[in-house]
Ligand binder design. Structure first.
Ligand code: AGP
Length: 598
């Protein structure tokens, strides 16, 4: 994971690098650091915690004498969170930062006695290894070639070597892009950030090995010139407005971004669906793939496809798919990723492509690596999502899957035109319905969050399409509040999880008004019978039994809009509970927005 930045020859190295690091903080915020460098010296400052801590530390340093800077924000993989393990790693001649994992670092560490054996960080081992090679070989390019040949893993390195005043970029797997304007260069692990600086960009390809010296760039991989392309202007907004947290702002933005996304689908994207998406319609099997919240969207997609189309459909965790044998049938894989950079999803995408299957990506990031790797992209228009907990990107992913399954269902005649029109109409009326829901449910969420505060653990149950909603509700609660939480399929409770229930637990029961509501109510009774407390979310008017803490009534739903109507209340409950717990809601502990390691 981690975010990296590099700037050469700009007049405001410090301000710009801190600015970019703040934008990169979503990739990790365990520690941060930067090295300012010139032909004469390297000055490195590191600190534990967020970029604001680093910013304070460098206040008194002048960047005038320096020609360039490299900076890093870390999400710890190997080695504890500490100042020592923060990047850059440096000595008098060399400074480097890395995003990714060096998989063979233990072997390298054992093999070279020059590398201290008590180092835990894979990047620090790489640093000592390169430093050793630079001492051994008089030509830094030769040392770097051996370095690159030896290290294995998914990584992107930015390196400055004082001896030959050169700046190097190495890529294998992890994203890194370069922009240039005359003598000024910017390097960043998020290309969309660079569009604020330059309009031309080069996305490094795997095994690229760039050397920048003065204003010259050489690709040591093949000595071929690199070709810059136009960088799309990003619409990123890093402004919370009047909201206390990005997460709350993003919950409230959902009606608008869903409206935008639906309008784009109606007016441009899903026009001529059968010609544009013939692969989707003609494949023998559809497999939906994602991680975390995006995996929950995939599960919801599976219920949509299963009910509305005749497709053979299933879903997979990206991290598992990559190590499975793929079916022999003609499969279409639909990858779902807000960032388009999640390493597990990206590697799974590359794996299915290598095995000659088609890959579609549903993503919120049109400049991402997955877009460049997939056969087809279906964009979501959620705009920049800053909060680590995904909210609006998730509901836009569901909207995308709802539209896809409706289109396919119409073509394969699993649904008739009046069902198609009815469902499409309900997707179009979501914004109005959800605006009212957010307003009406906010005080209810505050009330429920106070009850959760008295519990030892909080569980979520649902059946059918309510099951992935329960999983997502539980993920949201645990990631931002750190409360112990699990999500279960309602029918599974009696097969084991019900043993967890006692009077200290609260279970939030998702009970839409569908053909399974009576069975879901029975699952609730089973919990109440064991002294568990419950909160029931339903559009039905329900009687409160003893042990039922609350039964807020939700708007009437149908099959297609159920996930939206039940997810938003869960987002609000998690948010207000985390707020009362005083956690860092937008950047919860141990997490990062974009998970770019396997
Ligand atoms: C969501 O709240 C999570 N922080 C996380 O599960 C996320 O959805 C997952 O890492 C996938 O990210 P992506 O959509 O960018 O691929």
């Amino acid at each position: 994971m981690c975010g990296i930045v590099g700037i050469l020859n700009s007049n405001s190295l410090k301000t710009e690098s801190i600015d970019i690091l703040k934008k990169l903080e979503y990739r990790g915020y365990d520690s941060a650091g930067l090295s300012l460098f010139s032909q004469k010296r390297i000055k490195t400052i590191k600190s534990v915690g967020k970029i604001s801590a680093l910013e304070k530390k460098i206040k008194s340093i002048s960047d005038k004498p320096f020609d360039g800077v490299i900076g890093h924000t870390r999400w710890a993989t190997h080695g504890v969170v500490s100042r020592n393990n923060a990047h850059p790693f440096y000595d008098d001649n060399l400074t480097l930062v890395c995003n990714g994992i060096i998989e063979n670092y233990v072997k390298i560490q054992k093999f070279y006695k020059e590398i201290p054996n008590d180092i835990e960080s894979d990047t620090e081992v790489a640093f000592y290894f390169l430093s050793y090679l630079l001492n051994k070989y008089s030509n830094p390019d030769s040392a770097l070639k051996i370095f690159k040949k030896t290290i294995k893993g998914n990584y992107a390195f930015v390196i400055y070597i004082k001896k030959n005043k050169s700046f190097y970029l190495l890529k294998s797997g992890s994203p890194i892009s370069l922009s240039q304007n005359k003598k000024i260069f910017y390097v960043c692990s998020d290309s969309s950030i660079l569009s604020d600086y330059h309009d031309k960009i080069y996305h490094l390809k795997d095994n690229d090995f760039l050397k920048i010296n003065k204003d010259k760039i050489i690709n040591l991989k093949n000595n071929e010139p690199i070709i810059f392309e136009k960088n799309l202007k990003s619409l990123n907004s890093y402004d919370k407005g009047t909201f206390q947290h990005f997460m709350l702002k993003e919950i409230h933005e959902q009606p608008n971004v869903l409206k935008d996304t639906q309008q784009r689908y109606d007016k441009e994207y899903f026009l001529d669906f059968d010609t544009k998406f013939s692969d989707l319609v003609n494949s023998d099997k559809i497999i939906l793939v994602g991680c975390g919240t995006a995996y929950h969207a995939a599960m919801i997609g599976e219920y949509y496809f299963n009910k509305l189309t005749s497709c053979d459909v299933s879903c997979e965790h990206a991290s598992e798919l990559r190590y499975k044998k793929l079916p022999n049938k003609k499969c279409l894989f639909i990858f779902i990723s807000q960032s388009g950079e999640t390493m597990d999803t990206l590697m799974a995408l590359k794996y299915v492509k290598k095995n000659s299957h088609k890959a579609v990506v549903i993503t919120n990031s049109l400049q991402s690596t997955m877009v460049r790797e997939a056969d087809l992209t279906i964009p979501t228009y959620a705009k920049k999502e800053v909060g680590v907990a995904s909210t609006k990107a998730f509901t836009c992913q569901i909207l995308s899957l709802a539209n896809l399954s409706l289109q396919i269902g119409k073509i394969d005649k699993s649904i008739n035109i009046s069902q198609y029109n009815k469902y499409l109409k309900s997707l179009k009326s979501l914004p109005t319905k959800l605006n009212k829901l957010i307003n009406d449910f906010t005080p209810v969420a505050k009330k429920i969050s106070k009850k959760i505060a008295l519990a030892d653990a909080c569980y979520f149950i649902g059946r059918n399409i309510g099951y992935p909603i329960a999983l997502e509700g539980s993920l949201k609660l645990k990631e931002i509040s750190y409360m112990h939480s699990e999500g279960f399929a309602g029918g599974e409770m009696k097969h084991g999880p019900i043993a967890l229930i006692d009077k200290g637990t609260i279970t939030i029961c998702i009970i839409p008004n569908n053909e399974l509501y009576e069975k879901s109510l029975s699952n609730t009774q089973e919990i109440l019978a064991r002294n568990g407390r419950v909160v029931i979310l339903s559009s039905l008017i329900l009687k409160k039994n003893s042990g039922t803490l609350d039964t807020p009534q939700l708007p009437k739903e149908n099959f297609i809009d159920t996930p939206f109507i039940y997810t938003i209340p869960l987002q609000l409950i998690s948010y207000y509970f985390a707020l009362s717990e005083g956690t860092d809601i937008d950047q919860p502990r141990n997490l990062a927005k974009s998970v770019t390691v396997e």
